[in-house]
Design a protein around this ligand. Structure first.
Ligand code: FE
Ligand code: FE
Ligand code: ZN
Length: 280
């Protein structure tokens, strides 16, 4: 089944997100666990979470993807910055146990001048402190565009983080099509080759989700500016190949394109029309 959805506002709680998803033709969705710029999270309502889980089962929704605030930096040079990332993620993972089986995505972080090795070591030690084998959430490292000193532009860096963590079994990867393109992986001209590289350097069994975005910038630009589907440099044909690729088609796809709900509804309908089973 085609798992396709988009980023939604979490302001109204889980049930509201589930109903919004259904109303725009989505069967998965992503949301920020709290204000994307960080800060305190609204408490989870156990009743809302339980009602949503029931609704999700009835409507075939999921997996839901919780996105950590993008300002967190587990790789930062300052201990205070790393401590804030750790406390926030530990709290997010606790809250996600109200909706078991979720995915949790975070940006690995920026080493801010310490070098990639030091940044990776900080990320690994944080994950070692907060991950427990019993958690129901799968924690995903997002592939990054490589702005500034971002860790995770290179698939090999993701592998080093996963290999370094003791509870590495609960870790996976979320592939962002805009980010890998901006990082220099040519998913438009050579998707098979990029997936071969990913398999060799990380392992396709670790790939759990796709952020489906076009990019405003050229291959290798290291910019990270998302464009609407078919309106950027990756293009509609290439993104259609992504959602139909035999190695990707069973993954959940989450749009993070610059859209309001009507725009998302239209993109979801467009992508459904491009899925190969729809033509049979
Ligand atoms: Fe992200
Ligand atoms: Fe993303
Ligand atoms: Zn991005």
């Amino acid at each position: 089944m085609f798992k396709i959805g988009c980023h939604l506002s979490s302001a109204g709680g889980y049930m509201a997100m589930g109903q919004t998803a259904v109303s725009i033709g989505a069967n998965v969705f992503q949301f920020f666990t709290r204000n994307p710029r960080g800060g305190a999270a609204k408490p989870v309502s156990p009743d809302d979470a339980a009602a949503f889980m029931e609704y999700a089962r009835a409507h075939g929704i999921g997996p839901i993807l919780a996105h950590a605030p993008y300002t967190l930096n587990a790789a930062g040079a300052e201990p205070r910055v790393r401590a804030f990332a750790e406390a926030t993620m530990a709290d997010d993972l606790k809250r996600l146990e109200y909706t078991p089986g979720a995915l949790y995505n975070f940006h690995p972080g920026s080493h801010t001048g310490q070098g990639a090795d030091a940044g990776i070591a900080h990320i690994v030690s944080m994950l070692d402190r907060i991950l427990r084998p019993g958690i129901s959430t799968t924690v995903l490292l997002e592939t990054m565009a490589g702005k500034g000193s971002e860790t995770g532009r290179d698939f090999g860096e993701l592998r080093r983080i996963i290999d370094g963590v003791e509870c590495g079994g609960v870790l996976g990867v979320c592939l962002d099509t805009c980010h890998v393109w901006d990082a220099g992986y040519d998913i438009a001209g050579g998707l098979d080759g990029v997936l071969e590289t990913f398999d060799r350097e990380v392992g396709l069994d670790r790939l759990k989700a796709v952020h489906l975005n076009d990019s405003l910038n050229a291959l290798g630009a290291r910019k990270d500016r998302h464009a609407c589907i078919g309106k950027g440099k990756i293009g509609l044909d290439a993104l259609a190949r992504v959602v139909n690729h035999p190695l990707l088609r069973d993954l959940p796809f989450y749009l993070e394109t610059p859209n309001d709900l009507d725009g998302y509804r239209a993109e979801i309908a467009l992508l459904k029309s491009l899925r190969e089973e729809a033509r049979n």
